[in-house]
Design a protein around this ligand. Structure first.
Ligand code: LLP
Length: 439
């Protein structure tokens, strides 16, 4: 049976309800997986991941063939996903030596890797140059000097983009807004610092400047901020050509495309985002007489987010008459900090009883020692009992990569599911893992 249509867009598109009333994803019975692998458990639906990669490629390349779609690894990365991303023909944006190490361990082609970050260390830059990365996205002049020196010493010219800051408010949570003037990321266009940085990069023998990059924030529900950022990027590129004779070959519009987390708020489609970005870049280039550049986009959440579902076991109930009913699950802020950090909202379903009607309004609490450890405030669900399995969709992006060992929590295992088969790509942590780094 199909899912409730109001919830279908927040689950992987393979999700259905079995004749026994259980949630099935990628052809696998989620309750059986929860019993076999324990909870909390994170599932990734391979079909959903691949479809999202293909849809982004199609939506951009059908409008602008010279587009590289680069998956933002910070949304979630493991070896299995890196391999899948490579197979689908995307590039990879890494933001640390650790993410780079995972990518290289997966055999991800170095020339398709972009290295980001606002404070890359000397060691990280050395690792990037040594691995022969396709592109370093330079964030500031401190880093530019190190990159130049390291590349010269290695006898290389490192390809680079310069990250500029356009002063645009994307109307998203302020913790995930990055394009304002008051931001730690990139060099500001408005203050003239972006131009200064560009001229320094152009004069650096170890750096081959390809063009400019902008990323204004994440989970941006509107089209206009993306379009405005692209227009600003093109204006800046045009000014650099007019004043310094430098013609940008690559422009990167960053990521930030939103996904649907809850039933009542749908973001624009991939097609609409692609149209907004491509038309802003093309119109800007026409207006300023620039040749069409190669375009790069960096979706993270919109590839991994919908593919991931977290499964939790239900435990204690606490009814406070006339106030609230708490139902506690066996995970929480250690595996998903987003509700506590950004007031992020999620849906949930009882995976074991999908056909049961909602009976009560509850607050789904985590198990960690903090009152803020609440996954979902006020959700209508069937009456929950111990050992029910609660499934939280939209858990594929920014949950596991931001997971902690708070209360010495063991990070959950990860399964990839596809056509009725589940494969364990990361096992559950053990107490030995938690103790491993103690001397
Ligand atoms: N490119 C750059 C340079 C970025 O900094 C990011 C995300 C992306 C691309 C991908 O953005 P996406 O398409 O996933 O929105 N932890 C926060 C999100 C932080 C995003 C950081 N940068 C959250 O849980 O909402």
């Amino acid at each position: 049976m199909p899912l409730d249509p109001a919830l279908a867009p927040v689950f992987p598109r393979t999700a259905v309800v079995s004749p026994q009333g259980r949630l099935v994803i990628g052809g696998c019975d989620t309750v059986a997986l929860a019993r076999e692998f324990g909870t909390p458990l994170y599932l990734f639906d391979e079909t959903e991941l691949r479809e999202n990669c293909r849809e982004w490629l199609h939506e951009f390349r059908s409008r602008h063939p010279e587009t590289a779609v680069v998956y933002a690894a910070k949304a979630y990365l493991g070896r299995a996903l890196a391999q899948l991303i490579a197979e689908e023909g995307l590039g990879l944006d890494v933001a640390s030596g650790g993410e780079l190490a995972i990518a290289l361990a997966a055999g991800f082609p170095a020339e398709r890797i972009y290295f980001h970050g606002n404070n890359k260390s000397r060691r990280e830059i050395e690792e990037a140059v040594e691995a022969g990365l396709g592109c370093v996205v330079v964030d500031n002049l401190h880093e530019a000097a190190m990159l130049n020196e390291i590349a010269v010493a290695a006898g290389r010219r490192q390809r680079a983009l310069l990250r500029v800051s356009p002063n645009i408010d994307p109307h998203t949570h302020r913790y995930i807004s990055t394009g304002a003037l008051d931001s730690k990321f990139g060099v500001a266009i408005g203050t003239g610092q972006a131009e200064e940085a560009a001229t320094e990069l152009l004069a650096a023998p170890g750096i081959e400047l390809l063009g400019f990059h902008v990323h204004i924030g994440s989970q941006i529900m509107e089209l206009e901020p993306h379009a405005e950022a692209c227009r600003e990027l093109v204006r800046f590129a045009a000014a650099m050509k007019a004043r310094h004779g430098f013609e940008a070959r690559v422009l990167s519009a960053g990521g930030g495309f939103a996904i649907q987390y809850v039933r009542d708020t749908a973001p624009p489609s991939k097609a609409q985002y692609a149209e907004a970005v491509v038309s802003a870049v093309k119109e800007g280039c026409d207006e300023h007489g620039l040749p069409a550049p190669r375009l790069t986009v960096e979706p993270g959440r919109s590839i991994a987010g919908r593919a991931g579902v977290a499964l939790y076991g239900v435990g204690a109930r606490k009814e406070i008459p006339g106030v609230r009913t708490y139902v506690a699950v066996d995970g929480g802020m250690a595996d998903n900090i987003r509700p506590a950090l950004y007031q992020a909202r999620y849906e949930a379903v009882v995976a074991s009883r999908m056909n049961d009607a909602a009976e009560e309004r509850v607050t789904v609490a985590g198990k960690y020692c903090e009152s803020g450890d609440v996954l979902i405030r006020d959700i209508d669900l069937p009456k929950l009992w111990a050992d029910d399995i609660l499934a939280v969709p939209g858990a594929g992006a920014y949950c596991l990569p931001m997971a902690s060992n708070y209360n010495a929590a063991l990070k959950p295992p990860v399964l990839f599911v596809r056509e009725g088969k589940a494969r364990l790509v990361r096992r559950r942590e053990t107490y030995e893992d938690v103790l491993r780094c103690e001397t």
